[in-house]
Design a binder for this molecule. Structure first.
Ligand SMILES: Cc1cc2nc3c(=O)[nH]c(=O)nc-3n(C[C@H](O)[C@H](O)[C@H](O)COP(=O)(O)OP(=O)(O)OC[C@H]3O[C@@H](n4cnc5c(N)ncnc54)[C@H](O)[C@@H]3O)c2cc1C
Length: 623
């Protein structure tokens, strides 16, 4: 973490330290482990009731307003990367051990993400509902808030969570920005808009994409977004700085909320239970830098919001997880849930290098490389909040999403091969029968999506020296498992990327589509040449061999490790996100997703936080 942090720690009324917490012998109504998107959304909404006391314990520090966090063109996410997060050797990727990324700071991923603001496809949320209805009926709780997942039940929460500022009409026309006001919220806490600038090469890419069959999308937030679209960004239109969970769900309300406490720099080790009835009564926590552990108590609930890697870790350390794993570390089993830490999913990324004989400048590469252009753009940003510094560095302003049909005419052969395979072959050999049953239902849902029009990949060109190819819908599933009982040690993260060979087939189709796009006349005028090691690969087999060396398993979208599914399908939480087998414990973060969506996760996490807050408020009759 940067040195400025310790010098400039803001003294908000709501920020407390360990000494204050212990001296007050504090008990809270709700304790939230993790101050990321879900955690802070919940803390904000629950403390709207002045009689409710909430404590958020966040492992990371509080950003004092560093340039690299606030200013998109100075993007420096590494300040707040969770330390030493590595995968185990990835068997389908030539046994590479790869760094995987997650935020450790108040605001979580929202403080350091690439600000890409989209939703999943409508069918993704409908598919969550489809899977949930396939299990036993004990999945559904009693909440008066609709607990059946679908696009229609999520849309009101997307609208509630967000605050869209439309771009200037003339600029929108010039930059191909279109939207449907019916799916854009304008009074919620999360501010977003579009950067008021694009690099010239963005127009070449846009035209080339259309010439290879990717049409412009009316509104990428409408639940239908196969094609190309300018990327909405979580930019505050007034300041052209990052709008993230610390700002929109903490700072925005902090003055008026003496009942909203944040303890930063401390890590929750485990949940404490009343042994007589398995009721969660508090948590044990300790300084993230190491030190003695302390307890703090919750009279209503403990809510885990620590993200897709750390929530399963906390559950396992608390005695909730696969019995075999807990026994290995002598952890007393509180609830034997084989699904905890299973079903890990991410959205792998592939970076394809290019050189150009005739590229247009300025481009996203020349911002840092060309001192004159850089200084000019910085001055423009500082004086008028315009120009290249409104765009996350190295990215551009357009992206494409493709269904399998749009990626390849061979889609039926890929689907047929996937249907002919034995789903058990895609999971670890000793997988629990309920986890396998859940995977079979997921696989059915994904293959239906392959046949339909749901996105399986993204293509992006930052206008400079590489293209990005993202795989949105892998069939492979990974695991997160503790390796010790020490809460300061990271778990073993095994993405098991591309262990299902169908993932390579889909990825090859996406890679070829990117190649086709770069071969289109509008890109060819720039004189692109694909770089090594890709350029020499022409057959599918050669491309797969290169991908084994080049795929990054993670786009920092780790999810689904405490899935909201019936217990008979390997689920960990029910429809109200309550953990099976115990009481007063919920999972709020991205771990609860059953399956990845065709999109980036941040928008869904704000909306999911809003939805869960409504459920909790209804259950306890909160204002
Ligand atoms: C570099 C990067 C780029 C990304 N780019 C995009 C993008 O452009 N668009 C997009 O939609 N998504 C993006 N994401 C993903 C997105 O930000 C996350 O999916 C999202 O933040 C998940 O929200 P969450 O509430 O589940 O958890 P998080 O926001 O990750 O919050 C979890 C919090 O819990 C804390 N924590 C963890 N363990 C403990 C513990 N034991 N005790 C106390 N605190 C703990 C962490 O420090 C963290 O602050 C990106 C993520 C990263 C890291």
């Amino acid at each position: 973490a940067p040195t400025e942090y310790s010098k400039k720690l803001p003294q908000f009324a709501t920020i407390i330290n360990r000494r204050q917490l212990n001296a007050n012998n504090a008990t809270y109504d709700f304790i939230i482990a993790g101050g990321g998107i879900a955690g802070l959304t919940l803390a904000d909404r629950l403390t709207e009731d002045p009689n409710v006391k909430v404590l958020v314990i966040e492992a990371g520090p509080i950003d004092p307003g560093l340039e690299g966090i606030q200013v998109p063109g100075s993007f420096s996410p590494w300040y707040y990367f969770w330390p030493n997060l590595l995968t185990v050797p990835q068997t389908a990727l030539n046994n590479r051990v790869i760094g995987t990324v997650s935020g450790q700071v108040l605001g979580g991923g929202s403080a350091i993400n690439a600000m890409v603001y989209v939703r999943g496809d409508a069918d993704d949320y409908d598919a969550w509902g489809f899977m949930q209805r396939r299990g036993n009926s004990s999945f559904y709780g009693n909440s008066s808030v609709s607990s059946s997942m679908s696009w229609n039940t999520m849309l009101p929460y997307f609208l509630k969570s967000e605050n869209f500022t439309a771009p200037d009409a003339a600029y929108a026309l010039e930059a191909n920005i279109t939207w449907n006001p019916a799916v854009r919220g304008t009074s919620g806490p999360l501010k977003y808009t579009y950067p008021p600038y694009y690099f010239p090469g963005a127009a070449n890419w846009w035209n080339a994409a259309q010439s290879v069959g990717l049409p412009p999308v009316d509104d990428p937030l409408s639940g239908v977004k196969n094609g190309i679209f300018p990327i909405p960004s979580v930019l505050d239109a007034d300041t052209m700085t990052r709008n993230y969970a610390k700002i929109n769900h903490h700072d925005r309300v902090k003055q008026a909320r003496p009942n909203y406490h944040v303890l930063a720099g401390n890590i929750v080790g485990k949940v404490l239970f009343d042994p007589s009835c398995k009721k969660a009564i508090g948590v044990e926590y300790l300084p993230t830098s190491g030190g003695a552990a302390t307890n703090v108590f919750a009279s209503k609930e403990v809510i885990l919001a620590a993200g897709g890697i750390n929530t399963p870790k906390i559950l396992q350390l608390s005695g909730i997880g696969p019995k075999k794993l807990l026994d290995k570390f002598g952890i007393k089993v509180v609830s034997n849930l084989p699904g905890v830490g299973q079903n890990l999913q991410d959205q792998p990324t592939l970076t394809v290098p290019y050189t150009f004989t005739n590229n247009l400048t300025p481009n996203s590469g020349s911002l840092m490389a060309n001192a004159t252009y850089n200084a000019e753009q910085r001055a423009l940003y500082d004086t008028e909040r315009k120009g290249a510094y409104t765009i996350i560095s190295s990215l551009s302003t357009n992206i494409g999403q493709l269904s399998l049909k749009q990626a390849t005419s061979d889609y039926q052969a890929i689907i047929a091969a996937a249907r002919a395979a034995n789903p058990a072959d895609s999971l670890p050999a000793d997988v629990d029968a309920t986890v396998l049953a859940g995977y079979q239902v997921q696989r059915e849902a994904i293959l239906n999506q392959f046949e339909g029009d749901v996105g399986v990949g993204n293509l992006h060109w930052g206008t400079s020296d590489n293209a990005l190819v993202y795989h949105l819908k892998p069939l492979s599933r990974g695991t997160v498992e503790i390796v010790t009982t020490d809460p300061l040690v990271n778990p073993a993260i095994d993405h098991r990327t591309a262990t299902d060979p169908i993932d390579f087939a889909v990825y090859t189709a996406l890679f070829r589509k990117n190649r086709e796009l770069f071969a289109a006349p509008d890109m060819q005028v720039l004189g692109p040449a694909e770089g090594a090691p890709f350029a020499a690969a022409t057959t599918n087999e050669e491309i797969i061999e290169v991908m084994r060396d080049q795929i990054n398993p993670s786009n920092a979208h780790q999810c689904c490790t405490a899935a909201m599914l019936p217990k008979s399908l390997g689920g960990v939480v029910n429809s109200e996100q309550k953990v099976y087998g115990v009481s007063r414990l919920r999972v709020a973060d991205i771990s609860f997703w059953p399956m990845q969506t065709a999109g980036s996760p941040l928008g869904t996490m704000y909306a999911a936080g809003e939805r869960l807050a409504d459920m909790i408020k209804a259950e306890y009759g909160l204002a």
